[in-house]
Design a protein around this ligand. Structure first.
Ligand SMILES: C[S@@+](CC[C@H](N)C(=O)[O-])C[C@H]1O[C@@H](n2cnc3c(N)ncnc32)[C@H](O)[C@@H]1O
Length: 291
């Protein structure tokens, strides 16, 4: 057991000075790792505490089973999960970088650190989890990987989750990092947080559940309603943004309507638009307004 002194730490330094020193050291080791492997590291500095807390909020500390964290780096999200009340012995951290693994082991006693590839999750965690997981919390730089790899990761993670389990992911991007194509092999529901502006760069947290996942038993009718409205709004907005990215800047979002300008794009694009449920909804909405 470590002893703690409220005012002074090792070397007589105040706890505030030590916290700054630790943060500085984390920034330095992050930048070093980023120089060595920018694609896998995916960020030049660790997530801030507002983003880390926003991630941890999606985890029910009272639930049962392991909580798996992917890409913990120097541990800001791990710290937030512990502060949320997740028992350290439930935490399983999967980190690729050896130096980060050593640091995590020193910093978080009781937590299990697994050095390995999160994109090969079943194999990396073979024989390690002692039951269905309550959550998989990921800070992996997903956008650096092709879409099929991301979907394969989600499917793999879903296979480890218990009935109320969630897959939590942050992104600096505008749309869901898990693509919602019709031909995808795993169906899921997605819920997005408000943007976390107090992070550099600002980010958003996405929470994914298997499509058939039941609502939490305690959700009241009002909670169900709010959740469904949010889900629907996020889905439509997400599909609009995704389609806009595919078509260039031909879809303009205005306050109360969406303009779809596909002139010059030919029949192929028109077919894509016709098949997109979000755009169908918007097209009908615009038609009604124009009558
Ligand atoms: C964007 S950083 C996030 C670090 C930390 N969670 C944070 O929020 O500051 C991504 C982390 O994922 C790790 N990582 C990248 N690819 C990985 C993989 N395939 N398997 C396991 N960890 C990986 C990197 O080493 C890095 O620590």
């Amino acid at each position: 057991m470590r002893t703690q002194n409220k005012t002074n730490g090792p070397g007589g330094k105040s706890r505030i000075a030590l916290a700054f020193q630790e943060r500085f050291a984390d920034e330095a080791s992050f930048i070093k790792t980023w120089f060595e492997n920018p694609v896998a590291t995916g960020a030049v500095s660790p997530s801030g505490r507002f983003l880390s807390r926003a991630m941890a909020r999606y985890v029910n500390a009272a639930s049962e089973g392991p909580v798996v964290e992917l890409g913990p780096g120097t541990g800001p999200v791990t710290q937030a999960l512990l502060e949320r009340g997740v028992d350290p012995y439930r935490l399983v951290l999967v980190e690729y970088d050896l130096a980060f693994c050593g640091l995590l082991e020193r910093r978080f006693p009781g937590v299990r650190v697994v050095q390995g590839d999160a994109y090969n999750l079943s194999k990396t965690l073979a024989g390690i989890l002692d039951g269905p997981a309550a959550a998989v919390v990921s800070s992996l730089p997903l956008l650096n990987r092709p879409e099929p790899d991301r979907i394969a990761l989600l499917a793999d993670a879903f296979g480890m989750l218990g009935p109320d389990g969630v897959f939590v992911q942050f992104t600096y991007g505008m749309v869901s990092p898990m693509p919602r194509r019709r031909a995808q092999t795993v169906s899921f529901t997605a819920e997005a947080s408000q943007p976390v502006w107090l992070n550099l760069p600002p980010a958003r947290v996405w929470c994914y559940r298997p499509a058939s996942a039941p609502l939490p038993p305690k959700a009241s009718a009002a909670q169900r309603l709010v959740r469904n409205i949010k889900k629907h709004t996020n889905r439509v907005r997400d599909e609009i943004l995704e389609t806009r990215d595919q078509l260039g800047t031909r879809i303009r979002l205005a306050k109360d309507r969406v303009r779809i300008d596909i002139a010059g794009h030919g029949t192929r694009v028109r077919d894509e638009v016709r098949g997109n449920p979000a755009l169908e909804i918007i097209r009908k909405f615009n038609e009604r307004r124009e009558r």
